[in-house]
Design a protein around this ligand. Structure first.
Ligand SMILES: Cc1cc2nc3c(=O)[nH]c(=O)nc-3n(C[C@H](O)[C@H](O)[C@H](O)COP(=O)(O)O)c2cc1C
Ligand code: SF4
Length: 704
């Protein structure tokens, strides 16, 4: 691990217009949805201050509505249109300054996604009435509850449009300028003008949304005209008292007429000419239901860096790049002169202390974002983001962790994410912790999940580093029995043994080629013999034991891409998160996979945008998907099931049963009966995967 790595470029001072920043790390806009009728509350202040105190050079607020409530998407976003918003803005600016950072307000009119306009029966302001509709078939993978929560935001109304007239355009420029001046009066250091993500200025900029024939439509120069007029007017009003940053998509994805990188470069040059002090390059997947994971929240690391690099060739002002800009990538990109600043969104939700940690020479201590999309799912419900790995998000009062008043010896059974996080927190608070796990490695199911979801490996690495740093007594290859517990003699036991994965309760469910997650893992890791004679499992297991390859998820991922000696046909029963990811993983390795799910939605409880992408990708990889299917029988070479009136069968050399995963902690029951004080966390208490594991660890360990 890169313990001595320095980040001299990322940590060097930088300038944007009149503003000097302590370093090149920017918190990009992420709406927290905690305002009350547009007014900033203490929760918002606490959230931004945590990131400022963590060393972030520039804090950008979530999208704030210049004409609030007109053109707003939520009553929980900051408003900029009236003086009643001034106290909140000023309190935020003062607090961010006191924490050593600078504050930028992201300003926008949400155009065709202004949900408050829909609610208030106001038509939404657009360059042209949309002549397309989105493919929303992905919603088949939502539960009724999720659909109702999404629909409730606009009370089920669908909204109407109003094509901007010359008067509207003049009003918008004036309103935006007035909003900028209000930010200036509040002591804000910069304003970001949002020209992306389909909001009104972004809509004018691209050909798919702008079909106007006046001087605001047609050529790129015409389409950029409104944004340039807003920028010029704002700049003229604020002069050198504030920096003006412009956010633009380096490219738009998934629909004909979306902004191209070439157009984006031209637009950036026009924005500079109009007065922009910096260009912030984002990306936008035009249909949120099918390509949200292309943008604005990309799956790919450094997703827009190449686009930003191109933009930089066309401007002389600084360029900010966003989109999974990991610190080491950002450092190199700045050193190479490709960009000037790196915005790190979700990474700073996961760990607000990122800059302080890398400045202290401890980059390995940065709690990683695992790209799970749990945070942004809440935005679909107009709610406050949660973070799977950081329960402190939107609940900053959980910190600082208070030292325990009575140090106790706690035995944690299970070295999966809930066990390790519990051990970490308890140790930080002054308890003495012993961790035991019957496996030969840390991570439990988290380790296994890294095979299909490489981003999870970052979390496991981090937990491993923390456990080492804190000197926690970890005993692997150790099965926790009541006798062992008695021998160790702890004051308290925490059972974190994970979920229970039963075999399928259908004829043939006990055949040797039918695997549960547990048997599959044991075989892959070489800790059990393959009872079905499966060459794959035996070979990989043996190979792993001999070469140590199974210690490295990356090595297994690579090896199995070229070497997967198993039958061609696999049936995965259960299409939730685990089953879906496994089906994709096998399909990527050339297997013919059939996924059979009892319910309608697939991929639950994967967070929404990621789920939609995963289901689409499974289809693209050729996985045959059967929803609302009931498995009736497993034979030596097939799985039989019914869908409605139809009886179907899929060939199967191997069957993986990924359904009916339930909570269960028999050890805890036995210990409790014997009078040992015991707590159950993670999947053993309630199946909640990584988010549930980490959050349940905090619920117990932050106060024990
Ligand atoms: C919870 C959440 C809310 C967001 N809200 C906004 C927003 O208000 N305005 C905006 O321009 N982008 C918004 N974004 C996009 C981020 O600014 C950023 O561009 C995106 O997360 C990609 O960067 P990352 O990979 O570093 O997270 C939001 C992202 C998240 C995760
Ligand atoms: S919820 Fe997931 S994607 Fe969002 S910041 Fe946390 S770890 Fe990253």
């Amino acid at each position: 691990m890169a313990r001595t790595k320095t980040y001299s470029h990322l940590l060097s001072e930088g300038r944007i217009g009149p503003m000097t920043l302590a370093n090149r790390v920017v918190l990009p806009a992420m709406d927290m949805n905690v305002c009350v009728d547009g007014e900033i509350e203490q929760e918002d202040v606490d959230h931004y201050v945590a990131r400022a105190a963590g060393g972030t050079g520039l804090i950008i607020t979530g999208a704030s509505a210049v004409a609030y409530p007109i053109g707003a998407t939520s009553t929980k976003e900051p408003g900029l249109s009236e003086d009643r918003f001034l106290p909140g803005l000023k309190a935020l600016a003062d607090a961010v300054h006191a924490a050593g950072s600078k504050l930028c307000v992201q300003s926008t009119h949400h155009g065709k996604v202004a949900r408050v306009d829909i609610l208030n029966d106001r038509p939404m302001l657009v360059p042209s009435r949309p002549d397309y509709s989105y493919d929303m078939s992905a919603l088949a993978d939502n539960t009724m509850d999720e659909l109702m929560k999404m629909g409730a935001v606009t009370q089920g109304k669908s909204g109407s449009y109003h094509e901007a007239t010359a008067d509207d355009i003049a009003w918008l420029i004036e309103t935006w300028t007035d909003a900028a001046l209000r930010c200036q009066r509040a002591g804000v250091d910069a304003i970001e003008i949002h020209c992306a993500h389909g909001y009104v200025l972004g809509g004018f900029l691209n050909r798919a949304d702008n079909r106007r024939t006046d001087e605001y439509g047609g050529s790129l120069e015409n389409r950029a005209r409104l944004a340039c007029e807003v920028i010029a007017s704002v700049k003229a009003a604020v002069g050198d008292t504030m920096a003006v940053i412009v956010r633009v998509a380096g490219a738009e994805y998934g629909q004909e007429g979306g902004l191209t990188n070439e157009e984006s470069c031209q637009a950036a040059a026009l924005f500079e000419k109009a007065g922009a002090d910096a260009i912030h390059v984002t990306g936008w997947g035009r249909n949120p239901f099918s390509n949200f994971t292309d943008g604005p929240l990309p799956n790919k690391v450094a997703a827009y860096l190449d686009l930003a690099t191109e933009v930089k060739k066309h401007v002389s002002v600084p360029v900010i790049s966003v989109g999974r800009m990991l610190p080491e990538i950002a450092e190199k990109a700045i050193a190479d002169g490709r960009i000037d600043f790196a915005a790190m969104g979700r990474q700073l939700l996961a760990d607000p202390e990122l800059v302080n940690k890398i400045a202290a020479g401890e980059p390995e201590r940065v709690r990683p974002c695992i790209n799970c999309y749990v945070c942004v799912q809440e935005n679909f419900y107009d709610d406050t983001p949660l973070c799977a790995v950081n329960p402190v998000l939107a609940n900053e009062k959980l910190l600082p962790l208070s030292p325990t008043r009575q140090s106790r010896h706690v035995l944690v059974v299970g070295a999966g994410p809930s066990g390790l996080e519990t051990a970490r927190l308890l140790t930080e608070r002054g308890h003495r912790v012993t961790v035991v796990d019957k496996a030969d490695r840390l991570g439990g199911t988290l380790w296994f999940s890294t095979l299909t979801t490489p981003d999870n490996e970052r979390l496991l690495d981090w937990l491993t580093v923390e456990v080492e740093r804190l000197g926690i007594d970890v005993r692997l290859d150790t099965e926790a029995t009541p006798q062992l517990v008695q021998e160790i003699g702890p004051d308290h036991v925490v059972v974190a043994t994970g979920a229970v994965r039963p075999r399928p309760d259908v004829p043939g469910g006990d055949l040797p080629h039918v695997h549960t997650g547990d048997t599959l893992r044991n075989l892959l890791l070489g800790s059990a013999e393959a009872s079905d004679g499966s060459r794959l499992l035996r070979t990989i297991g043996k190979l792993g034991k001999l070469s140590g390859v199974t210690k490295s998820p990356e090595a297994i991922r690579k090896l199995t891409r070229t070497f997967l000696p198993m039958g061609k046909n696999v049936v995965v029963i259960g299409g939730s998160l685990v089953g879906l990811e496994l089906a994709e993983w096998l399909a990527e390795r050339g297997r013919s996979v059939t996924l059979v799910e009892a319910g309608k939605p697939l991929g639950l409880p994967m967070a929404m945008p990621r789920r939609w992408t995963a289901v689409r990708k499974a289809g693209e990889l050729g996985v045959t998907l059967h929803r609302e299917a009931t498995v009736t029988r497993i034979t030596s070479d097939s799985v039989e099931f019914t869908v409605g009136e139809n009886t179907l069968s899929a060939p199967a050399d191997m069957v993986v049963y990924a359904a009916d995963t339930t909570a269960g902690a028999p050890l805890a029951e036995a210990l409790a009966t014997a009078g040992v004080p015991v707590e159950v966390v993670g999947d053993a208490a309630t199946v909640g995967y990584i988010e549930g594991a980490i959050h349940s660890a905090w619920s117990f360990a932050a106060t024990f």
